[in-house]
Design a binder for this molecule. Structure first.
Ligand SMILES: CC(C)=CC(=O)SCCNC(=O)CCNC(=O)[C@H](O)C(C)(C)COP(=O)(O)OP(=O)(O)OC[C@H]1O[C@@H](n2cnc3c(N)ncnc32)[C@H](O)[C@@H]1OP(=O)(O)O
Length: 258
């Protein structure tokens, strides 16, 4: 499909989805978010894709939801359309691993989009924030919930109540991002991480995602039981036999997603 607000490239089993609204610092409007939902759905179905990267420009991953689009909306519009619900659910429905490669601003909906990915690799120029309070609203794509789980209540309250930005070093210290790399290396380092994931059994990658995500949804006891059952189930796969045989035979595994 041809997109107006995204550039999508598929190469070496990696789908690179670049947000592309340069005039508005990649502000997330309905068009971009619905195109992103379609692109993620396509990548999830495509057998030539084993990992997905979402990125923006050097200056902005995304500077938030599109304020121009939202400014005239009423409660009836927002509630009636269930604004952003379908689109943000599409990210959560994506089963393949998604990495957010963040350079520059990741604010409001931009920060929320990055947090909805499986992990974040940030450039040393990245700035994260939930400044919706300055606009008289709260985060609407999961920010109050996800940021709190990532960085804890105190820092999350600070970010949401003051609207201040967090730089890359603070984001890494706080557990919001998994690693920080120099801006010029952001894409190459993220592609290396994606290539590592692409080498693994897709079945096991999907299982890892389900297990880790379950830790957000349930009690520790239930989560551990869920993980154990998934662990047991993977012994029904050819990839478990191959992975363990390859280790014992001192060779690289050849996974077949079976
Ligand atoms: C998910 C929910 C429910 C809510 C949200 O996400 S609300 C939005 C939260 N984000 C923000 O409040 C950030 C808004 N943007 C800024 O504060 C600044 O743009 C900046 C600090 C990120 C960058 O400032 P800078 O001076 O470098 O650039 P600008 O001239 O301000 O921006 C360039 C260009 O982009 C347009 N822009 C930026 N952000 C948005 C946005 N969120 N929505 C719509 N448009 C945006 C900005 O208006 C300007 O365009 P014009 O030159 O046409 O005015």
């Amino acid at each position: 499909m041809a997109y107006e607000t995204l550039i999508v490239e598929i190469e070496d089993y990696i789908a690179l989805i670049r947000l592309n609204r340069p005039d508005a610092l990649n502000a997330l409007n309905s068009k971009l978010l619905s195109e992103l939902a379609v692109a993620l759905g396509e990548a999830d179905k495509d057998d030539s894709v084993r990992c997905i990267i979402i990125t923006g420009s050097e200056k902005a991953f995304a500077a938030g939801a599109d304020i121009k689009e939202m400014s005239e909306k009423t409660f009836v519009d927002m509630f009636g359309e269930d604004f952003f619900a379908r689109e943000s659910d599409a990210i959560m429905r994506t089963r393949k691993p998604i990495i957010a490669a963040v350079s520059g601003y990741a604010l409001g909906g931009g920060c929320e989009l990055a947090m909805a990915c499986d992990f974040i690799i940030a450039s040393d120029t990245a700035k994260f924030g939930q400044p919706e309070i300055n606009l008289g609203v709260v985060a609407g794509i999961g920010g109050t919930q996800r940021l709190t789980r990532f960085v804890g209540k105190s820092k999350s309250m600070d970010m949401h109540l003051t609207g201040r930005f967090m730089d890359a070093a603070e984001a890494e210290r706080s557990g919001l991002v998994s690693r920080v790399v120099p801006a010029k290396d952001l894409l190459s380092e993220t592609k290396k991480a994606a290539a590592k994931i692409a080498e693994k059994s897709m079945l096991t990658s999907l299982a890892v995602k389900e297990c880790v995500n379950r830790s957000y949804e349930t009690t520790l006891r239930e989560g551990i039981l869920f993980e154990r059952r998934v662990f047991h189930a993977l012994f029904a796969t050819e990839d478990q036999k191959e992975g363990m045989a390859a280790f014992l035979e001192k060779r690289q595994p050849q996974f077949r997603d079976r």
